[in-house]
Design a protein around this ligand. Sequence first.
Ligand code: FES
Ligand SMILES: [Fe+2]
Length: 377
Amino acid sequence: MIRQISLEEILESYNDKAALSEASTIPAPWYVDPRIAELENLTVFSKTWQVIGRADQVSKAGQFVTATLAGEPIVAVRGTDGQLRAFYNVCRHHAAKVVTEPCGSASILHCPYHGWNYGLDGSLKGMPEFDGVKNFERQENGLVPIKVETWEVFVLVNLDPEAKRLEDFLAGLVQRCQPLGLGKLHFFERKVYDIACNWKVFVDNYLDGGYHVPHLHKALSSVLDYKQYTIEIEDRYCLQSSPMVTSDEHAATSNTRKGDRAWYFWQYPNFMINCYEGYMDTNLVLPLDVDHCRVIFDFYFSDVSESRREYNTQSIAVGDRVQDEDLGICEDVQRGLKSRAYGAGRLSVRREAGEQLFHQLLAGDLKAGIAHPVAAD
Ligand code: FES
Ligand SMILES: [Fe+2]
């Protein structure tokens, strides 16, 4: 009989204390074992601040945005008192999803199943045909609240009631992003990619310090000064940045990727912000199961007027091509990670410090999670 390797053994097989020059990636089972995916849901996605929407979607009273986070349905809604709140989007009656639209506006949150009504502050307002029910306190059956805060143009929630404030979680990233004036950009379009790879494969690919760019992305590579590419790691973020050059050969890329520098921010565990002059796209990487993830790209521009529509659309097409190139390689890597020929890989000291930071932060969370298992309540 084959003995199944334990979760503890899988976690122990990664050394998060090694210097970069001695370090390896997290081992292959971390990308393919469903027990790791489950532990990540409990200790990473249920305990870190997660982007669930944009501030402009909930700027007015009654506006709401919904999302699924670590398998949990979530709704954030602006109250008539101007306060932004978030809740588990789960009816206290028989667990139906209360708000079923992705975003919108409402004066009351109305459960579609048996018609229970909740106020914008989550309080239970009314239950049809509930007379005669004993020992039921309406005040104690409001939607269950969760932490919510905004930063720049983003709405973030945290499922952990003990979580520290968003500002403390983001730490240095807040100041580092400030000069870019992200708040001046306007949302234009969303694209969603489902990829047959573990979510960490996509993040690793992002964090390889441009290592793959000259090989995989010829057009993008032509506008970046690859030799000058810098990698900064701090707190829970990594900033990769490169001076820009112009390219005659790849005009579409050159026309839509402008400015002095390209800025690529990653915030642990799964959020990226990519900026060029007058342009930003964000990438939110959500695990679907151990072998699949969904990456949500939101595109923002400084000018979203009708006259710029064609330019903005062309700019997104350039991003799409890069994304296609990444997608293929990520799916290949996922297959390779299952091969008996592969265990773990070494890291480039020049390029892959961001990847090591990611693996170290993840290992810290998973090891702490298994030492103090989260009680299901
Ligand atoms: S589940 Fe919501 S009213 Fe019954
Ligand atoms: Fe890439």
